[in-house]
Unconditional design. Sequence first.
Length: 132
Amino acid sequence: MSALHASADYARLLTKIPPKVIRSERENEYYARALYELDQRKSLRREERELADLLTLLIEDFEERKYSLPKATPLETLAFLMEQHRLKQKDLVDVFGTRSIVSEVINGKRELNKEHIRKLSQRFGVSPEVFF
C-alpha cells in the first residue's frame, strides 16, 4: 500500500473519529468506547493502529489531568493514611520495629527507608510510589 493511499485511509478514519484534546467525561467515554472497539478486533490495519495509539494518548492525558493525585511529601502521605485508618503512632510499631523509630519518622527526624516503604505499602494497600 502506498504512503499516499495509507494517509487517505487514515484521513477517512479521522473523519469518523475526529481526535481532539479531551475536556469532559463524556468525551473521554466516547474515545474510550472507540478505542475499545478497535482493541476488540483480531487484527488492525496500520491506520487503525495509529488511531488506537492516538486515542490512547488522548485518554491518558485527560485521565492524568483529571485524576492525578496532588503531590504530597512521604510524611504527608503517611499522616493522611493514618488519619483515614484512624491509627495512632503505636499502631505502626509492627512496620517500624520500635515506638521510637515511629516517632522519629512521624516527626521528620528520620526518613523512610525501603523496608518501611514496602511494609507501609502492604499495610495500606497502596503503591510504594506514594511514599516517594
